[in-house]
Design a protein around this ligand. Structure first.
Ligand code: SF4
Length: 442
């Protein structure tokens, strides 16, 4: 989600269309054909980014190496790809010089293409990225005094149509692949020059990982490693739980100590409330959970977050209460966008406190001033209203900071992500939203 969000089955159907699994997604979307997780390229070479060590070893064996050599080379290559961030086989210095051209003839080390990079006056950076089959999506980096957060996309477009979100006015084009998701984090490390340069850097990274043990506060503290990219939020374009398998596999590469080595405590996945996948998320990924709540009554949430018509507030809060590993040290974040005269009354604030307490949720609330976009049907609440709302929630014993909008001048703020290629009239948007809602509830 941007406060938004965005998996595919392993093999495409004969028609090249893949239904996203189960009752959690009503739409069928075109996607590149994958053979055992590998996207074939025109030149016949195979892109290794997105593949786990075991799969790389299988490919090396398939290309002619014996089992033992394939395993050893896969271990080395994996380390260079995901831990050191090299983009050329020639840079893999512990691999024999004669072996490197052999690798380059058969494999590539991919990255999403950067179409455009924008800088906000507040330091926020937004990248417009392009997949190999020419679909655009976005990622955003938000630097703060004590952390740097990368907002990662999981889909091109979105099946959902949260009314305050610009991405919601796009059709879902397709799910991003594992390589395209982990590739965003890798691109950010490239841009920030943050790959470990040597074994000493790697040791410092490992120490940082150890330091953020299971007992630490979820926020971590600022770490003297001085790293710029410290946190990841799956809140870019799309609903990550509708692309569960790919998001999980990408985050495993991000969390692996010999991969990108980022602690799961520094990764947050944001969902609009796709209940059937929430428990799996806790069990199979184990990252922090954020939920786009945005309203406390059925009537208002049905309007703002239409997936509520399928999975209601009570069901959602119960799923949060059941979320594996939620605790006071790892609170669930509830995102609440402040919309003037819609969801921002004192009574709404009191009901929010009541609901979170009723379900005994280890919770914190993020109040997000609405970020307008052209044709948006809402206005942002006044600063006084937001303050009053925040105070009531704080007085109820629940932390409710007001988020400072970031990157508004480059349309990088929450709810603003949407690739420029998709320009529609209001009537077209209304028609699309009605279609998406019918499909969602169908
Ligand atoms: S429409 Fe909803 S689920 Fe989709 S990106 Fe926007 S906020 Fe996230």
């Amino acid at each position: 989600m941007s406060e938004q969000h965005i998996s595919p089955a392993a093999v495409s159907t004969a028609a090249g269309l893949t239904p996203i699994p189960g009752n959690v997604d009503p739409m069928t979307v075109a996607r590149p054909s994958l053979v055992d997780g590998v996207t074939p390229r025109e030149d016949g070479r195979i892109d290794l980014i997105g593949l786990p060590k075991k799969r790389i070893a299988e490919l090396f064996e398939g290309a002619g190496l014996d089992v033992k050599a394939a395993k050893l080379r896969a271990k080395q290559v994996y380390h260079w790809l995901y831990h050191r961030g090299v983009t050329e086989f020639e840079a893999m210095t512990d691999i024999a010089k004669t072996m490197r051209p052999w690798l380059a003839e058969r494999f590539v080390i991919g990255r999403p293409e950067i179409v455009e990079a924008q800088h906000s006056s507040d330091g926020t950076r937004k990248w417009l990225l392009r997949t190999a089959d020419a679909h655009d999506f976005e990622m955003v980096f938000i630097p703060d005094a004590d952390r740097g957060t990368l907002c990662v996309s999981s889909q091109v477009g979105c099946t959902l149509n949260c009314r305050f979100c610009h991405t919601g006015t796009m059709r879902l084009v397709r799910n991003l692949t594992v390589g395209e998701i982990v590739g965003q984090v890798m691109l950010a490390r490239d841009s920030l020059s943050e790959w470990p340069k040597n074994a000493e850097d790697s040791r410092r990274l490992a120490a940082l990982m150890d330091d953020i043990g299971d007992d630490d506060d979820e926020e971590g503290g600022y770490h003297p490693s001085g790293r710029l990219l410290t946190n990841i939020v799956m809140m870019g374009m799309g609903e990550p739980l509708y692309n569960f398998d790919n998001v999980r596999d990408a985050l495993k590469l991000v969390m692996d100590g010999d991969g990108l080595a980022l602690s799961k405590r520094r990764i947050t996945l944001s969902t609009s409330g796709v209940i059937p996948q929430m428990e799996r998320c806790g069990e199979e990924i184990g990252v922090n959970l954020a939920v786009s709540l945005h309203a406390v009554t059925k009537e208002v949430r049905d309007e703002i977050v239409p997936v509520n018509k399928k999975y209601g507030i009570e069901q959602l809060l119960q799923a949060c209460a059941d979320y594996p590993r939620a605790s006071n040290a790892r609170r669930i974040t509830f995102e609440y966008v402040m919309l003037k005269d819609k969801n921002d009354s004192d009574d709404d604030a009191r009901e929010l406190v009541r609901l979170l307490k009723h379900y005994k949720l280890p919770a914190k609330v993020n109040l997000i001033p609405f970020n307008p976009w052209p044709g948006a049907p809402y206005e942002c609440s006044t600063p006084e209203r937001i303050r009053s709302f925040s105070e009531i929630v704080f007085q109820g014993g629940i932390s409710a900071p007001v988020r400072t909008p970031r990157g508004r001048d480059i349309d990088a703020a929450c709810g603003q992500l949407k690739t420029a290629a998709e320009k529609k009239s209001r009537a077209e948007i209304d028609r699309l939203l009605a279609e998406k809602e019918a499909a969602l509830l169908g």
